[in-house]
Design a binder for this molecule. Structure first.
Ligand code: BTN
Length: 343
């Protein structure tokens, strides 16, 4: 489509003037077609300036999510090579769930805004326009259901690596999948799956990630102000959402390949490198009941080893959550929901 080709060219020359003549020659279409494409892109909120007598310029500060802006920074083989960018959707996880049987492995959807973003434990996930990215990836891994936590581990690692690459600081992971900086939660991950009843194999997994990039125009609601943080609170520069999304996909593919090739040891080592609460006292919450423990280790399966009353115990995501000292909000678990059931 001419519109997408024009956007790709402007993205490649972000901040520089590109002449209408050059666009018309390179793309092999008329000047009128270029002008129409520019008008459509402006209607889509892309900040494209006309520079009198010279051409068009995509503003250096543009942070409009676009397929062209993401794809030009993708290094993946398959993950997110089928990509759908939406300005608004109820929930990117729900969007993929409704289409899971028709879409290929690695299909990704990313939205600027969610009207019914879903979090773990039936919570909602605040997803206002212009301030974050809301991503879901559909995977069809040949894995037993017991290995699903590895997908969540992969997403947490990929988020941390993407944040380090594009925001310039390194966050922490609080087991199992909270990505934090100075105790503030920057990202949420929701992993959902459908299982073949007879074989116990996963028929599909949807891994969803919401990343708070900057404070929404209306500020954060009171109930999450003390808990949530945004990347730009900790970064010295503006974080471009297209670059962040592409980086997440690039790292996620590398982590996913480790799972598929059976090299989960390498993945768990990457995961451990972001975990800094081992050796500390934690509160363990099982069925609403709280007990004290010490975090000891992350085992090769990504499970948390704790010490309680002088005994070591291994706890699995999904059955237990933990809180770190001084933490206001319960942590989360990878949630497994049967097809057609809601969290
Ligand atoms: C949590 O922290 O409780 C998990 C939040 C997960 C939010 C993401 S945003 C993209 C995807 N779509 C959803 O509806 N939820 C996940």
């Amino acid at each position: 489509m001419v519109r997408d080709d024009v956007l790709r060219t402007l993205e490649q020359h972000r901040g520089q003037v590109v002449s209408g003549g050059m666009l018309s020659r390179e793309l092999g279409v008329s000047r009128t077609a270029i002008w129409k494409a520019i008008s459509t892109l402006r209607e889509m909120q892309f900040p494209i300036e006309s520079v009198s007598g010279e051409g068009y310029r995509l503003a250096e500060t543009s942070d409009t999510l676009s397929e062209a802006g993401i794809v030009m920074e993708l290094t993946t083989k398959t993950l997110a090579r089928n990509l759908c960018v939406l300005s608004t959707v109820d929930s990117t996880n729900t969007y993929l769930k409704q289409r899971a049987s028709d879409l290929p492995d690695g299909y990704a959807v990313i939205a600027d805004c969610q009207t019914a973003g879903r979090g773990r434990l039936g919570r909602s996930f605040l997803s206002p326009s212009g301030s974050g990215i809301y991503i879901s990836i559909l995977l069809h891994p040949l894995l037993p259901i017991t290995r699903i936590n590895m997908i969540t581990v992969a997403a947490a690692v990929a988020l941390c690596e993407a944040i380090a690459e594009t925001a310039g600081f390194t966050p922490d992971i609080k087991w199992v999948n909270d990505v934090l900086m100075q105790g503030k939660k920057l990202c949420g991950i929701l992993t959902e799956a459908s299982v073949e009843a007879e074989t116990g194999q996963l028929s599909y997994v949807i891994v969803g990630a919401g990343i708070n990039v900057r404070t929404p125009e209306d500020g954060l609601p009171d109930e999450i102000r003390g808990i949530a943080g945004c990347l730009e609170d900790f970064s010295s520069h503006t974080v471009r959402r297209n670059a962040l999304a592409a980086s997440f996909f690039n790292h996620m593919e590398s982590c996913y390949q480790l799972i598929l090739s059976g090299n989960t040891e390498a993945l768990i080592n990457r995961y451990r490198s972001f975990i800094h609460f081992l050796g500390q006292p934690i509160t363990v919450i099982r069925d609403g009941e709280k007990t004290s423990a010490t975090a000891v280790a992350i085992d090769p399966n990504g499970h948390l080893v704790i010490e309680q009353d002088g005994q070591h115990a291994t706890i699995l995501a999904g059955e237990i959550s933990i809180r770190l000292p001084g933490q206001a909000q319960p942590s989360s678990c990878a949630r497994i929901s049967k097809e057609n059931s809601q969290e």
